[in-house]
Design a protein around this ligand. Structure first.
Ligand SMILES: Nc1ncnc2c1ncn2[C@@H]1O[C@H](COP(=O)(O)OP(=O)(O)OP(=O)(O)O)[C@@H](O)[C@H]1O
Ligand SMILES: [Mg+2]
Length: 358
């Protein structure tokens, strides 16, 4: 397994950038998810890594060796990278065992070793009993496991998975997530997993790169993305809650700073002395008659054991969890406690432009 790194990586199609100055290092054996809306460049990043496309700028290295830059281009078959796509792309005329053995035949491995490795890959993916079946005789989840086995049989240095579960139903997706997790634990493979399902990314990955508009907005552990988002996009895209503009008061506290939010002066966690926004998660919204603000319930949904409330406070909609039912139209006391305050670089740029125009 090997470390995978991108440096200033860019890709344009007909002059339009699909990837823009992507720099990141994925550690050897790490499970990384690429998460982002449709068209943000996830598949493009995988295709460049696999060698199906050439970068327009920057470089890609695997295990300390340059795979692609302005001078060098290692072809896909020499990169030793495994790829699993959303459509399984199995050979229809070959059995399960035949499909899994194929990458080893291409690499001209001796027959005995080939058979041993195929048996091992089938066992690891729970397919030993299905070795003689044809792809048409398999369920979607079984086919996806064959694709996975075919990938791991040649012991790739890194594995790229592009929405491998998108075609499966919910229950199967959950059990396949378990297969991926087990597979990763047992092989220690460096894995890059594309999804636009954030629950999948949060559940599976060591770290998540949140992408938007061809750029990585934040690359961090799931709990860091949730509790300390770097900008408004990440705060709004990952997890529930509200993103509200804030005015710094310049007063530092042990945890961060105080900010003015919705007309209140509030202590916030922060790593910036001049935040522009706060991320208010449901657990930062305390409902109590003693709360300094008044909010009006606009929606109440029972989640089993608790209610999810949308509450309008000073023109913003906050999300809160409540053990008791509340009716739309009801007024509740609200306190915002310990939100995360951050400086959104785009809003800072916007501010600078507004000031320059004025
Ligand atoms: N071969 C191509 N020619 C022209 N434009 C392309 C090509 N491949 C990708 N693009 C464009 O590059 C951008 C990024 O596409 P990409 O497929 O990487 O997005 P994605 O994040 O994988 O989206 P999705 O979640 O929908 O799969 C899009 O605007 C897309 O239209
Ligand atoms: Mg894609």
């Amino acid at each position: 397994m090997a470390e995978l790194s991108f440096s200033g990586l860019g890709k344009s199609f007909d002059g339009t950038p699909a990837l823009d100055a992507v720099s990141a290092t994925i550690r050897s054996g790490e499970f990384v998810a690429l998460l982002g809306p449709s068209g943000c460049g996830k598949t493009t990043l995988l295709r460049l890594t696999a060698g199906f496309e050439r970068p327009s700028a920057g470089s890609i290295s695997l295990g300390g060796r340059v795979m692609a830059d302005a001078h060098r281009f290692v072809p896909p078959e020499a990169r030793e990278i495994g790829i699993v796509f959303q459509s399984y792309a199995l050979w229809p005329h070959m059995s399960v065992a035949g499909n899994v053995a194929y990458p080893l035949e291409v690499r001209r491995l001796p027959r005995a070793e080939r058979e041993a490795r195929v048996a091992e890959a089938l066992a690891l993916t729970g397919l030993s009993d299905l070795a003689a079946r044809m792809p048409a005789q398999l369920s979607g989840g079984q086919r996806q496991r064959v694709a996975l086995a075919r990938c791991l049989v040649f012991e790739p240095r890194a594995m790229l998975l592009d929405e491998p579960l998108a075609n499966l139903d919910l229950a199967l997706r959950a059990s396949m997530q378990e297969v991926f997790r087990m597979f990763h634990r047992r092989t220690g493979a460096t894995m890059v997993y594309v999804t636009h399902d954030q629950t999948e990314a949060l559940a599976l990955a060591d770290r998540i790169a949140v992408m938007e508009g061809g750029r990585i907005r934040q690359f961090a552990a799931p709990e860091v993305l949730y509790s300390q988002p770097a900008d408004c996009f990440v705060a709004g895209f990952v997890g529930e809650g509200a993103v509200v503009s804030a005015r710094p008061t310049g007063e530092a506290t042990a945890q961060g700073t105080t900010v003015e939010v919705l007309g209140q002066r509030i202590a916030a966690r922060a790593d910036s002395a001049a935040p522009s926004h706060v991320s208010i998660r449901p657990e930062n919204v305390i409902l109590s008659d003693a709360g300094p603000m008044r909010g009006i319930v606009t929606q109440a949904t029972y989640l089993g054991g608790r209610f999810r409330l949308s509450i309008e406070v000073a023109g913003e909609t906050l999300i809160a969890m409540s053990p008791r039912r509340a009716r739309p139209g009801e007024t509740l006391g609200v306190e915002i406690r310990d939100p995360w305050a951050f400086r959104d670089p785009d809003s800072a740029a916007l501010m600078a432009r507004v000031l320059a125009d004025a």
